[in-house]
Design a protein around this ligand. Structure first.
Ligand code: SAH
Length: 356
């Protein structure tokens, strides 16, 4: 007998809440996404038409090609250091890294110097990445702490939005944390007892009563490690995600089958995300940084010329879907504006190509 969808993890979480009390959104998100047996990422490949959402590298090869050539140009501008880490956080199906490596094949010395390191928590996705990148030597790690002490060229697409967030609400006098508890046996949102000021981030300084403020504690040490490595060893990071400069309000959401879903309805069966607060990432990295919308960023890197070049060998449906993919990546009403690219680079270096 199979369980009705989602109920196994739902029962585990409900039992835990019944035993020890309500959990933070971060604890709830972490269980839903990465529970070893029933987690969303541990049990499936969620991307693509048959999955729950589609990401930029799955839409077109142009995304990975341009990001790869951008990194290679930064590497050349920094004097082409002999051995370096080429890292990706949360590589999904391995498509982005495969496109990066194909596009940079012709850059002399880049492949010989690159040690490819993938930071991936899901065993199922690790297998898929190994298969996708079979022609290359790659290694996997759970944590960014394992980065070797050498220049770091890093990519992350839709990684930080998957990290667990906490939410706080100001009631005019006190802060309270948004929690997941039980009501009549069902998972439900609630608020904690009053708390002292939980964080010192700018969003907590002039609170608007009723407004939700989000923080992503797991992102902080990751941004710090990236920042320290790039500051001392050189390199750069390109971090792409939806969000903005300072997160505003409640952005916690569930996606299932390409539509929004109730985040508490079927734990482990829907993707849970929150918008990325790029100001917080830049602050913790403590590096020179630049932020651009994805559309203009890809245009400055030459996506229009690349799209025209690829279009030459296409006809019919292939051509139509190529044109649609170009539009989807760049148009302000599609992914061009809501998605941002944060570039982090060493003190004393110019901003990476692609930023105004
Ligand atoms: N970058 C890919 C996939 C984005 S989905 C793309 O653009 O298509 C998020 C990815 O991050 C998945 O590979 C997921 O398994 C991974 N992930 C989520 N939380 C993680 C964590 N805490 N540590 C490492 N990897 C994580």
């Amino acid at each position: 007998m199979t369980e009705p969808a989602g109920t196994a993890l739902g029962r585990i979480i409900a039992a835990r809440i019944a035993a020890t009390g309500p959990v933070t959104l971060a604890e709830y998100m972490a269980e839903c996404l990465l529970h070893p047996e029933h987690g969303y990422y541990t049990t499936r490949t969620p991307f693509g038409a048959a999955g729950d959402f589609t990401t930029a590298p799955e839409i077109s090869q142009m995304f990975g090609e341009l990001l790869g050539l951008c990194l290679a140009q930064i590497w050349l501008d920094q004097g082409a250091p002999g051995t370096f880490t080429l890292a990706e956080l949360g590589p999904g199906r391995g498509t982005l890294m495969a496109d990066v490596l194909r596009a940079t094949r012709a850059v002399p010395g880049f492949h010989t110097g690159a040690q490819v390191l993938l930071v991936e928590a899901s065993p199922a996705l690790r297998r898929e990445q190994r298969a996708r990148l079979a022609p290359y030597q790659i290694s996997h790690t759970d944590s960014i702490d394992a980065l070797p002490d050498q220049p770091l060229f890093l990519l992350a697409n839709e990684f930080f939005d998957a990290l667990p967030i906490r939410q706080f609400q100001f009631d005019g006098t006190h802060w309270r944390e948004r929690l997941v508890g039980l009501q009549d046996g069902q998972l439900s949102f609630g608020l904690s007892d009053p708390l002292p000021l939980p964080f010192t981030a700018p969003a907590f300084q002039n609170p608007i009563p009723g407004r939700v403020v989000e923080v992503c504690p797991a992102a902080q040490p990751i941004a710090q490690t990236i920042g320290q490595r790039i500051a001392t060893q050189g390199g750069a990071a390109l971090i792409v995600d939806y969000g903005g400069w300072r997160s505003a309000g409640d952005t916690f959401q569930a996606m299932r089958a390409h539509g929004f879903a109730d985040p508490l309805a079927e734990p482990g069966q829907a993707d849970l995300t929150a918008h990325v607060d790029f100001e917080a990432l830049a602050a913790h990295a403590a590096l020179p940084h630049a932020l651009s919308e994805q559309g203009p960023f890809l245009s400055r890197l030459g996506i229009d010329a690349r799209a025209a070049r690829l279009a030459r060998s296409l006809t019919g449906e292939g051509l139509q879907s190529h044109v649609a993919a170009h539009r989807r990546l760049t148009h302000p009403q599609e992914m061009g504006s809501v998605f941002k690219v944060l570039g982090l680079y060493p003190p004393g270096s110019p901003p990476p190509p692609g930023f105004a």
